[in-house]
Design a binder for this molecule. Sequence first.
Ligand SMILES: [Cu+2]
Length: 486
Amino acid sequence: MIFHRFGAVVGLMMAALLSVPAAHADQHQQMAQKAAPAADAPAMKDKSKSHEEEKTDPTAGAHAPVVFTLRTGIAEGRMVYIGVGGDIDHKINPTLVVHEGETVQVNLVNGEGAQHDVVVDQYAARSAIVNGKNASSTFSFVASKVGEFNYYCSIAGHRQAGMEGNIQVLPGNRAEMKSSGADITRDPADLPGPIGPRQAKTVRIDLETVEVKGQLDDNTTYTYWTFNGKVPGPFLRVRVGDTVELHLKNHKDSLMVHSVDFHGATGPGGAAAFTQTDPGEETVVTFKALIPGIYVYHCATPSVPTHITNGMYGLLLVEPEGGLPQVDREFYVMQGEIYTVKSFGTSGEQEMDYEKLINEKPEYFLFNGSVGSLTRSHPLYASVGETVRIFFGVGGPNFTSSFHVIGEIFDHVYSLGSVVSPPLIGVQTVSVPPGGATIVDFKIDRAGRYILVDHALSRLEHGLVGFLNVDGPKNDSIMHEGPAKQ
Ligand SMILES: [Cu+2]
């Protein structure tokens, strides 16, 4: 089945309006989402390869060779090949991984002066003999056979002395290969319950910054920077008057310094001035929760938009005395953008594009960090008659959300995240700026599927959509097909 981008929108809307069963609608949605990018995504190649290959034109597709450079040398008392550049850099007799049908180019460089060559018997491929230090030779072949093959030096005795390695030819096209990473999506139901009636006290909060390769879409990965491994970071909940003792640990495997700026804190950088934390280190800062509200927190280490787009944001609720009015279900959703070099929907590992970030040209708009986060993996659930609350924030870094739930009207909106002011009553769409948040409450009167969107609906085609599935009776007095009943 072929859907173009417009078809995807229509399909989704129809699924919603017709209240089709969840499984069928999911399938429909998945097909639509998958088909949309496939139509206009150019032939892409995995970036996780040699430096040499990155220099080749990516639009050249299958005809661009996969290039490996091997330098001869001595290691661990043996004669060996040593990889140069890319994934094989500095590796001894590296395994050369390619895909079926690719053109493989091998550059051989003489590293110590003796005579050498490289031979692959199964492909009847061989280099010229390189004679003398820094002499080089290049040969290529098409990897038409799947399997694992030996490469070696055919000069007498050299293979036995250590000069051999493997070429692994994997089945299938490289662009279609799945890329897998950690599930970084925060379940929207993953948040602590109300604080209840207690006195103000000192509360310790531990956050850890973690850089992790995560699943951006089914076949797409991205290196996220996170608080506690998920996007958004954990939902933090204190009450007004609490003293927060915040411990920020930066995981030892991190490459970057990280920090945290609490919009709910008063003081230098919202605590960022005291929490610039090196990999493997921990900083501690203490602040008082002076004013109730729903507040964004985010990493504030330069380049700040880079840290935010990579996933470093979350919400802190400072409850007013006595808490918020009680509801049956609470959810936690945040919106952000991701700026990749390759276009939306491209398979494989994706890299951030700094130019696009600075020019505010995102490829992805997301709820809770990934495509399908609130449709395929973690849709919201509720039952007819329940009251639902969504804590909704925008990490951004750049785009204001026109947050709307298709088929619902917000009974209460705590506009701009203010919980001390009386809420607005009866609101269709709420504007939430980057670094801002809101709380919306609504009672569910009729079963069906309700759809979370940013009403700047073009963003739906860049991944921004969520489902609220409601079971229970379909109350016809509220809406039904056809003429009014007597
Ligand atoms: Cu950071």
